[in-house]
Write a protein that binds this ligand. Structure first.
Ligand code: MIC
Ligand code: SF4
Length: 643
């Protein structure tokens, strides 16, 4: 039997394990990326591992998240990352150069290569046929040092695209349709491959919108074939030599096949507060809106913003709407400036924001109380915008722009005839905002610049013989990393200071949690299905670690968060019978006798609820490697012990 696209890349990069679904495989990683909100910690970890020079083909450190500098913290972190990058062989993309995923796609990604990034939207690279995955910072640090990246071999899902999008229906509407079909947990343990005739109607930026937001399915990654359209894009980026063709074999086997007729799709929105709560714009009706924001790594390409500029030209933003635009990269921004599209946007009343993540991660532009905000972003989790009762809808740039003018939800098909905006034959190329590392011979001359807010990676200790602690928190289904470790302008500057950021852990759900957990000294968190969905932020594991959390017991986990817990030395436990979730209450005393011995011998454990007397069977499914990581008290200890 032949191979799927992803299986072909895996086969080329596999270092350990079998390519059978569910077994752990180790992959050679060709490229890595970090961003600044996870990067400081990743580089502290890289330093702690002690390898002097990165061993990847290309590693890039981007500054794009923490660009609002309301105190010294973010600027200090940027200096630190810049100095580490220079010393250890990493390219440094300066603030202003753009959002990591957009820039990486334009300037560095290569079809057929593996990429991991300390950001969950790294699968954007799947738009050009890369096997690109989000990972915790520590996993990225290990990969930079030449270590393998481990995943469990995913199932393969094929999404067959047929037909062609109707005018004013966008790539965003395709991924919203996929989210509607599969839900935010439907992609867990799977790689989503796009194929079929419809693929040929989609440009690279459109494909990248789809693979980017595939992160919201919980999928390991998403990928498109690398074809003539990919070649044209790479050529226009002056990188035709980086192109290779990549197609699945005709007899490849897929565990699941989904068919989508592009011509039947309509403009849609993901309604509050989940990316899979999808309705058509028509169903939502002409509701009044307060804010429109265009940008983020999902929809900030040249093509996206040119379409928006075309819609806005000669119009004025509705008086009740605040309209912001954050271009995805310096390349995009510059090209709009030169061809006049930027002037059209300014003329129409757009508030031009910095070329960075900005409002997507709550760095400014929080909407008014109960404000309805239409955003071209990828996440609308509760509170993420910075306004607790903000109502965030995720839409295409076309829907966003036409609604900004009307002041109400508006179907862009009302604009009539299609517009034909083509990708340029040549993008403007100037990598002057990417700083090359110091040559190896002189790397010792580079001084690492550390600000006072930068605190070392927290201490972890080897697994104890038995656990006997209370349940400090009980939460429900689909808990996101934005619940566990909120972001936003106030908290993000603390990303390099675990003791300080821990004071905000879970405060979205329970303001008292950090204080309670610290006082208890040791505890277990209980949760429902898809626990830890969303971001790759390892802070969602490091803060609980700092607060004394020993184990997290849930119905099911999201992939990256589960790895982050293991990397932090926290036990990831799942209920054998989901109904047992109901038999634990917050405050109950829980014990796992002989946990260490049992983990060494298998995956079946018993949690004794000492408050009720009930014995609850749970699973701790670990590979030999992850078992050793847990026993060592986390990946950093394990890596040091094994190097
Ligand atoms: C996000 O979109 O949630 C982020 C901010 O980019 C995160 C990374 C982080 O928390 O720093 C992600 O997606 O991994
Ligand atoms: Fe940045 Fe938002 Fe993309 Fe995360 S999802 S990388 S915050 S633009």
């Amino acid at each position: 039997m032949g191979y799927t696209l992803a299986q072909k890349i895996i086969k080329e990069h596999i270092l350990s394990g079998e390519m059978t679904v569910g077994s752990e495989i180790g992959l050679k990683i060709d490229q890595t990326l970090t961003q600044d909100a996870t990067g400081t910690m990743a580089y502290l970890e890289f330093e702690a591992i002690g390898i002097p020079r990165v061993k990847t083909e290309k590693s890039v450190a981007y500054i794009d998240h923490n660009t609002l500098q309301t105190g010294f913290e973010n600027a200090d972190d940027h200096r630190f990352i810049q100095s580490v990058a220079k010393k250890h062989g990493i390219y440094y993309s300066r603030p202003g150069n753009g959002i990591c995923h957009q820039v990486h796609l334009e300037r560095f990604g290569k079809p057929g290569k593996t990429l991991i990034g300390s950001d969950s939207h790294t699968p954007t690279g799947g738009g050009i046929g890369m096997l690109a995955m989000g990972a915790g910072g520590l996993d990225v640090a290990v990969a930079m040092g030449g270590g393998a990246y481990y995943i469990s071999m995913p199932k393969m899902v094929r999404i067959n695209l047929t037909g062609k999008l109707q005018p004013w229906v966008a790539a965003k509407d395709i991924i919203l349709e996929v989210l509607k079909i599969m839900s935010v947990k439907g992609g867990v343990g799977k790689i989503i491959e796009y194929g079929g005739e419809g693929v040929k109607t989609l440009t690279v930026p459109e494909r990248a919108t789809i693979t980017n937001m595939g992160a919201e399915l919980g999928a390991t990654t998403s990928i498109f074939p690398s074809d003539e359209i990919t070649r044209e894009f790479m050529k226009a980026q002056g990188r035709e030599e980086d192109w290779i063709e990549l197609q699945p074999d005709a007899d490849a086997f897929y565990d699941e096949v989904i068919n989508i007729d592009l011509s039947a799709l309509v403009p849609m929105a993901a309604c509050p507060h989940s990316p899979d709560n999808v309705k058509s714009i028509e169903e939502i009706g002409p509701q009044k809106i307060d804010q429109v924001l265009i940008g983020s790594c999902t929809n900030s390409s040249y093509l996206d913003l040119m379409r928006v500029a075309h819609i806005m030209k000669g119009k004025t933003v509705h008086p009740d709407v605040s309209f912001g635009i954050a271009p995805g990269s310096k390349q995009v921004y510059n090209m709009l400036a030169r061809n006049g599209a930027l002037a059209d946007l300014i003329e129409a009343g757009a508030r031009i924001l910095e070329c960075a993540c900005g409002p997507c991660i709550g760095m400014g532009q929080s909407p008014n109380s109960k404000g309805i905000s239409l955003r071209t972003f990828n996440r609308n989790f509760e509170g993420r915008s910075g306004t607790a009762d903000g109502q965030i809808y995720l839409v295409s740039p076309e829907t966003a722009a036409v609604s900004a003018i009307a002041g109400v939800f508006t179907d862009p098909r009302t604009l009539g005839d299609a517009i034909d905006i083509k990708l340029p034959e040549k993008f403007e190329i100037n990598d002057n905002m990417v700083v090359a590392p110091e040559p190896e011979e002189t790397m010792d001359t580079v001084e690492i610049l550390r600000g006072p807010n930068i605190k070392p990676f927290p201490q972890t200790s080897p697994l104890e013989d038995s656990i006997d602690v209370p349940c400090s928190l009980k939460v429900g289904d689909n808990i996101t990393t934005d619940h566990i470790m909120p972001a936003g302008a106030k908290i993000l500057p603390l990303r390099s200071n675990i003791p300080a950021i821990s004071q905000y852990c879970f405060t979205v759900c329970d303001k008292e949690f950090p204080k309670r957990a610290l006082e208890l000294g040791g505890s277990i968190i209980v949760g429902g299905v898809n626990y830890g969905q969303g971001s790759s932020r390892e802070h969602a594991a490091l803060a609980p670690l700092y607060l004394g959390v020993k184990a997290v017991l849930v119905k099911s986990f999201a992939r990256i968060h589960r790895s982050n817990l293991i990397n932090a030395g926290i036990l990831p436990l799942t209920f054998v019978n989901e109904a047992d979730y109901d038999s634990i209450s917050e405050g109950d005393e829980l014990a796992i006798p002989d946990v260490k011995k049992l983990i060494m011998n298998g995956s079946e454990l018993t949690v004794i609820n000492k408050t009720t007397g009930k014995e609850i069977p749970v699973l701790c499914e670990l590979s030999d490697r992850t078992r050793d990581i847990i026993l060592a008290g986390g990946l950093l200890n394990y890596t040091k012990e094994n190097s």
